[in-house]
Design a protein around this ligand. Structure first.
Ligand code: SAM
Length: 246
């Protein structure tokens, strides 16, 4: 690949990722809180405030890619008016099953749908969505360039894609703390809570290999997105990118 960070063969990479989320589906939400110290909530709030679903009855259709147990979709639908609907699309049916239960409990089952889908080949027609989000998902997709093209394809003209993902810490001391935390603590939490450290090791390494915010913005432009921008949060622990289909 010309992006130069693909080291594990593609099928193997997807299998590793599937294994992680298969094992962790039931405990995913608590793991998220543990591993991010609750920060993922603030990062997702920042994402939702950028998506800005309409307040009124105006229809607004969100595709929440790699949407897992539905967190981002629930937040967007709850922030929007009655015209706001979301599809949670994910490759892992265990994650989707947990999401469906959560949607029922939150009374959102009529506005949030769940569908099995691979981000590299989406089962949706061209120009179907007002916005596409992918939160902590694109890093797991073996061929990111394909996923970005698919995201653009299913957006309506004028629609916007948002990518929330771990990035590179750019604060010198925080950098050290973060490395120690992610390389030692995350696999340990994984072992304690999900019973297996190795898959988490893999996820932590995938964060390391993920391109810088500038490089990722370039990948979005290459996939055809216009007016690509990004903001770093928490000293660069995560970055939120967006781009328009025009
Ligand atoms: N977006 C949710 C959130 O922020 O809580 C879930 C993020 S979780 C860290 C990553 C998700 O990506 C998992 O649910 C996993 O199944 C999904 N995933 C991995 N590879 C995928 C692919 N090729 N296509 C679609 N989803 C994928």
């Amino acid at each position: 690949t010309h992006f130069g960070y693909r080291t594990v063969p593609l099928a193997e990479k997807q299998a590793l990722v599937d294994d992680v989320f298969h094992k962790v589906a039931r405990r995913y939400d608590i793991m998220n809180d543990l591993m991010s110290g609750g920060l993922h909530r603030a990062w997702k709030d920042a994402l939702v405030s950028k998506v800005r679903p309409p307040q009124g009855a105006r229809p607004f259709h969100l595709l929440d890619l790699a949407g897992g147990t539905g967190d981002v979709s629930f937040r967007v639908v709850e922030a929007g008016g009655p015209g706001t609907h979301a599809i949670v699309a994910d490759i892992n049916t265990d994650m989707l099953a947990v999401g469906r239960e959560r949607a029922e409990k939150r009374g959102l089952a009529d506005r949030v749908a769940f569908q099995e889908a691979n981000a590299e080949a989406l089962p949706f027609p061209d120009m179907s969505f007002d916005a596409v989000t992918i939160a902590f998902g694109i890093r797991n997709v073996p061929r990111i360039d394909l996923a970005l093209r698919e995201m653009r394809r299913v957006l309506k003209p004028g629609g916007r894609a948002f990518v929330l993902e771990f990035s590179k810490v750019d604060v010198p001391l925080l950098n050290k703390v973060y490395d120690a935390f992610s390389f030692r603590l995350i696999p340990q939490i994984g072992k304690r809570v999900a019973g297996d450290a190795e898959p988490y090791q893999y996820l932590v390494e995938s964060i390391r290999r993920f391109p810088t915010a500038e490089a990722f913005a370039g990948m979005m432009r290459e996939a055809g997105f216009a007016r690509v921008t990004f903001t770093r949060m928490t000293g660069g622990v995560v970055a939120l990118h967006s781009g328009f289909r025009i």
